[in-house]
Design a protein around this ligand. Structure first.
Ligand code: ZN
Length: 201
């Protein structure tokens, strides 16, 4: 049996930290030690921030983003272009696009991708709500910003079929050479997609 270095309270803290994505038991131990050393400067404000999050965080009833207000900050931002809806799999993708300042439209979080093997069907995602939003006369373009995986592309095709009678342009992200990428290192699928989707220079 592995013996504990610390009392049960600290062991519990380490175990909980180890459940965070990207943290294994070793980094969790280091993070716990760091928190304990910085108790006043870090641990107390972190605990307070977590409590506020527990009390206040809601899922936006319009787009599925996570925020402390519903509708969320993105949906209520008057500077955004309401004619564009960017469809993403997960809140993490929404936040990634926002960090990149990639687009100034609104979003729709699906909550996953269609995956028959994992038993994820259309009823498990927010596809019905997306179809309703796409029929809003203010909406002119639906951007499918889904993963370039089989499930992501299956989902994109499924949504495109459902939106046939909506008066919107349906676009998707380009597939191809990443910024700073070297051709020699790309896989064949990426290279051929980049060649097919070449643009005028
Ligand atoms: Zn929202």
């Amino acid at each position: 049996m592995v013996s504990s270095v610390a009392g049960p309270e600290i062991e519990r803290l380490i175990q909980l930290l180890a459940r965070l994505p990207g943290l294994g038991p070793r980094s969790a131990r280091r993070a716990a030690l760091h928190l304990i050393k910085k108790r006043e400067a870090l641990m107390t404000p972190l605990a307070a921030a977590l409590q506020v999050a527990i009390d206040k965080i809601e899922v936006c009833g319009t787009c599925g983003n996570i925020d402390t207000q519903n509708p969320c900050t993105v949906c209520t931002d008057a500077r955004r272009d309401p004619s564009i809806i960017v469809v993403v799999t997960d809140v993490a993708d929404l936040w990634a696009l926002e960090r990149a300042h990639a687009v100034n439209g609104l979003y729709h979080v699906l909550g996953g991708t269609l995956s028959p093997l994992d038993g994820v069907g259309p009823q498990d995602l927010t596809i019905d709500a997306l179809v309703r939003r796409a029929h809003d006369p203010r909406v002119g373009e639906i951007i499918l910003a889904l993963n370039a995986t089989v499930d992501g592309q299956t989902t994109a095709h499924y949504i495109t079929d459902l939106l046939q009678d909506a008066d919107v342009r349906i676009t998707r992200l380009a597939h191809g050479v990443p910024v700073g990428g070297e051709l020699d290192y790309l896989d064949e699928g990426t290279l051929s997609a980049a060649m097919r989707q070449r643009t005028l220079f």
